[in-house]
Design a protein around this ligand. Structure first.
Ligand code: FES
Ligand code: FES
Length: 152
């Protein structure tokens, strides 16, 4: 089947029920997306399909019906996405394992809600777990990125 990831079309020879997460990591070598739980309980595997955050461990390859974007394709080749830049500025990451999923979730949130409240941020990010407890910095970074995007 054909799958487009980060703007590039690929032919992959996989079973239709293979999770997108495995297609990305094992077939295409896209390793920014992480395996955490495999049961939609952690958010480490979050990517976008047509800009909407999805858990790639729960999407079968045959059900991918749009363009996939991973952390590697979120920004421009020569510039970080505002969410990535805010993450750097706020020094969000600790061990880093959950962070690509956190960033993809946050970018999807800001694409649909330019100025989320604290409650809206907490709700949108609630499915993305961080065992290092970086939640206060995540919220600060989401707010900083929202401000950057609003200022154009
Ligand atoms: S690995 Fe997909 S939600 Fe945890
Ligand atoms: S930074 Fe370590 S799990 Fe989130």
């Amino acid at each position: 089947m054909q799958i487009t990831v980060n703007g590039k079309a690929h032919e992959v020879d996989v079973e239709g029920d293979m999770p997108l997460l495995w297609v990305l990591r094992d077939e295409l070598g896209v390793k920014g997306v992480k395996y955490g739980c495999g049961v939609a309980a952690c958010g480490a595997c979050t990517v976008h399909i047509d800009g909407v955050a999805v858990r790639s461990c729960q999407v079968a390859a045959e059900d991918v019906d749009g363009e996939v974007t991973t952390i590697e394709g979120l920004g421009q080749p020569d510039a970080l996405h505002a969410v990535q830049a805010a993450w750097v500025a706020q020094q969000v990451a600790q061990c880093g394992y959950c962070q690509s999923g956190q960033i993809m979730q946050a970018a999807s949130l800001l694409a649909e809600n330019a100025a989320p409240s604290d409650d809206e941020i907490d709700e949108a990010m609630s499915g993305n777990l961080c065992r290092c407890g970086t939640y206060p910095r995540i919220r600060a970074a989401v707010k900083a990125a929202a401000k950057t995007l609003q200022e154009g």
